[in-house]
Design a protein around this ligand. Structure first.
Ligand SMILES: [Zn+2]
Ligand SMILES: [Zn+2]
Length: 367
């Protein structure tokens, strides 16, 4: 366990030191380290450490507990971060050191978040969308303006917790008394008690309402993304801030375009003759019709990159690219004239072709 030093080491005595040895060691150290004697702030910390160690080791029962649960050379399973924690466990969070843990405040009653989902098309995700969501949520009660008290009355201090919103829990453990805090059950941590409840909200200060929340989905979002609409969740209680609305986005696949990040991929099929002779191709991209120049002799697998024609970056300038992979189509279902033309071509090029043609073909390494 990091952070804590062995109590015997702190006093500079051995583990089997007698009560008298421990007392002597402490007195010696206390004389050297006492804040009245030394002005060095680091010795003050050391003094507190020494005092805490002595408090534990000078008490036979506590020493026995320490030896059993927290001693050096043991399992190392000491449940304390440092000496202050150890002291707190032994003495119930009393006055040791400057390191008292602040009690957790539970008075802010932030409203709960609301979780909703929206489906978007590929194009909506790419270029943004507008959604109007029907949301059932708690809003501030207009009759009592959120206090929960009937008009003309005011909330009073909770009698159970005295207005602090929390209750102290005192627990005895093997290390002594341990104090913990939990929210007051009577006022649910608000610290307020409402005697005369508002008839509209029954004292909650909020009423359920069905609202339309408008969400502008920015360009460039992707599937699985959660949009946070600040303060669009449930209203808070007792002056707490409202929760948020989280909108989980589901983006449907597009039949043509495949998205990877902000880049978009598609296959551009071109007939064999066009691939061989070249052509100007008008292609329907994300931004409308775009002219793609196909060089003569274009091979299958050639990738045409249209820069800046992918999906816009989310929350910043620029766009991904559009990648078109050329796939050369082999003509099928040839009629008689077409077949004769291709056979003529094959003859001209000295390339044997046809079902019965036996050709010696070479392999090459994939690139
Ligand atoms: Zn209370
Ligand atoms: Zn009300």
């Amino acid at each position: 366990m990091a952070g804590i030093r062995d109590l015997y080491q702190i006093l500079g005595v051995s583990n089997d030191a007698s009560a008298e040895d421990i007392r002597k060691a402490y007195r010696q150290l206390a004389r050297e380290l006492h804040p009245d004697v030394s002005a060095d702030p680091s010795t003050e910390v050391r003094f507190k450490e020494v005092t805490a160690a002595y408090e534990i080791l000078s008490d036979p029962a506590k020493r026995q507990q320490y030896d059993r649960y927290g001693g050096s050379g043991g399992s190392g399973e000491m449940p304390f971060g440092d000496v202050a924690d150890l002291f707190e466990a032994f003495f119930g969070g009393g006055g040791f050191g400057t390191r008292r843990r602040p009690a957790r405040r539970t008075r802010t009653h932030r409203g709960d978040d609301i979780f909703a989902a929206a489906s978007l098309t590929f194009h909506e995700a790419a270029f943004g969308a507008h959604r109007e969501l029907q949301v059932e949520r708690m809003r501030i009660c207009e009759r009592c303006t959120g206090t929960g008290a009937a008009p003309g009355s005011m909330p009073t201090r909770c009698r159970t917790c005295g207005g602090s919103g929390q209750m102290q829990d005192v627990r005895r453990s093997i290390f002594g008394t341990v104090m913990t805090a939990h929210p007051c059950i009577a006022c649910e941590g608000t610290g307020e008690e409402i005697v005369d409840r508002c008839p509209d909200c029954g004292g909650d200060g909020r009423v359920p309402r069905s609202d339309v929340v408008t969400v502008e989905v920015p360009p460039g979002v992707s599937d699985g993304l959660e949009l946070r609409v600040q303060s669009a969740g449930h209203a808070g209680r007792a002056g707490g801030s409202p929760g948020d609305l989280y909108l989980s986005l589901q983006v449907s696949d597009d039949p043509i375009f495949e998205r990877r990040g902000q880049d978009v991929f598609a296959v551009l099929e071109v007939p064999m003759v066009q691939a061989s002779l070249g052509a100007q191709l008008d292609v329907e991209t994300l931004d409308g019709v775009e002219r793609v120049e196909l060089d003569p002799g274009t091979e299958s697998g050639t990738v045409v990159r249209l820069r800046g024609q992918g999906v816009p970056n989310l929350g910043r300038r620029g766009r991904g690219d559009l990648f078109l992979t050329i796939q050369v189509q082999t003509p099928k279902d040839l009629n008689k004239v077409e077949r004769e033309l291709l056979e003529e071509l094959a003859k001209l090029r000295g390339e044997a072709a046809g079902k019965r043609a036996v050709v010696r073909a070479a392999l090459r390494r994939p690139s």
